[in-house]
Design a protein around this ligand. Structure first.
Ligand SMILES: Cc1ncc(COP(=O)(O)O)c(C=O)c1O
Length: 408
């Protein structure tokens, strides 16, 4: 008789995604989550895995964080998704809390459901403000699979789906000269992830983002920072861009904003550009965007993740993990490991794609769930929950050690 796990996998293959099932079956890594709690996902058959990816930051505060569950449960007694035609107290309060975490002027918020939707709006806004159409993003970057976000991403994600809107171009990341050449008098915006994750967790060189900010100012283009993965404390600061001394015109956030319990995203923009929506407040709307219940989840997330003690702990843990990975690098030189990152957003680059792919499997066999970077599969993305405990961190590192030894 087929077990429950096999039944689910077959049903999923039949009705949702046969391709995904084929891929995971090929490597025998078909994880079907059942119960989940804090840092751990249990397979439906009860096998535990440390979540070392957190879906790019969605589970920053661990799975099913009790504070967020309470906030949502309480909100459910009075609220629902709200009505986007009306004035909303939860939206107003959540927007005000976000503004408190941002540098001067970034105090206007439009809520959405997903990161892609929030990026789309950021691009619309930049085009509306500048009356230009150009958008420059980074080669190998990722901003989502909706219309304008898709157009700013890699060709492989869009070539099957026909023409993209005009005006999009890409420049290599971390290359000031290339960015200077790409931004012209018709550029509406430069759109960058602070630390591009899908590119392979590439931390920008000191000075790069500052230089991009200056180029934008010179040319009259807006700077949009995509903080969908780097936001809400992941890098040891509330927002990743704060490490680099820049003030973007627009900031996009999602993923960790929901506590993994309710979808919500946001586009925060400078009050200088508020006239765009003042002229016609219905020129951009989203029925489910910024659901009032989602706002309560987000307010709890903001409250926790902006605390200095919390952020310090993230930075400290990041340093500890880094030292441990450096030690493993010495112990297993043949893997060609290079470690990079900020806070608890780390990239583990291996000598080649095959090594990284094998390691995904070996780590899985040792109870760690990790994924590789879609646009650079040599790099595994290590994003453990920001609330990981010391004993969990030790257990994770032991599992890495076992997997690296097996690879050897
Ligand atoms: C940096 C970045 N921006 C935008 C997105 C799109 O977010 P969503 O999948 O919620 O549309 C993602 C998703 O992985 C992302 O990593």
């Amino acid at each position: 008789m087929k077990n429950k796990r096999e039944e689910i996998i077959e049903l999923y293959a039949r009705h949702v995604s046969p391709g995904k099932v084929d891929l995971y079956r090929k490597y025998d890594i078909a994880l079907v989550p059942g119960k989940r709690e804090k840092s751990i996902i249990y397979d439906v058959n009860g096998r535990p895995f440390f979540n070392c990816h957190c879906n790019g930051g969605v589970f920053n505060l661990g799975h099913r964080n009790s504070g967020i569950i309470k906030a949502i449960a309480k909100a459910m007694e009075t609220y629902d998704i709200g009505n986007h035609h009306l004035i909303s107290a939860p939206k107003a309060r959540c927007a005000a809390m976000l503004a408190e975490t941002m540098p001067g002027g970034l105090n206007q918020a439009v809520f959405g459901v997903s990161g892609g939707e929030a990026v789309d709006l950021a691009i619309k806004l930049a085009r509306g403000v500048t009356k230009r159409e150009g958008v420059v993003s980074a080669i190998g970057g990722y901003h989502g699979h909706t219309g304008l976000a898709l157009a700013a991403g890699e060709v492989k994600f869009r070539e099957k789906f026909g023409p993209i809107p005009p005006g999009f171009s890409q420049a290599p990341f971390n290359d000031v000269d290339a960015m200077r050449a790409a931004v012209t008098e018709s550029t509406a915006a430069v759109l960058l992830e602070t630390i591009p994750a899908t590119m392979g967790i590439v931390v920008p060189d000191r000075g790069y983002l500052k230089a991009v900010e200056s180029i934008c100012r010179e040319k009259g283009a807006l700077l949009i920072m995509d903080e969908v993965q780097t936001g809400f404390g992941r890098t040891g600061m509330m927002w990743g861009f704060q490490h680099f001394g820049i003030t973007p015109d627009i900031v996009v956030a999602g993923k960790g904003m929901s506590g993994g319990l309710y979808p919500i995203s946001v586009t925060v923009y400078n009050e200088k550009y508020a006239h765009i929506f003042r002229e016609d407040p219905f020129v951009h709307i989203s029925t489910f965007g910024g659901s009032e219940i989602g706002c309560f989840a987000a307010m709890e997330v903001i409250k926790i993740s902006r605390r200095k003690t919390f952020l310090k702990k993230v930075a400290k843990l990041g340093g500890q993990f880094r030292r441990e990975f450096e030690a493993l690098k010495k112990r297993y030189p043949k893997l060609g490991l290079k470690v990079r990152g900020l806070g608890l957003m780390m990239g583990l680059e291996f000598k080649d794609e095959m090594t990284a792919l094998f390691l995904v499997k070996l780590l899985y066999d040792n109870g760690l769930y990790l994924v590789y970077s879609g646009n650079d599969p040599r790099v595994l993305q290590f994003l453990p929950p920001l609330v990981v405990t010391s004993s969990e961190a030790r257990a994770m590192m032991k599992a890495f050690d076992r997997a690296f030894a097996a690879m050897g």
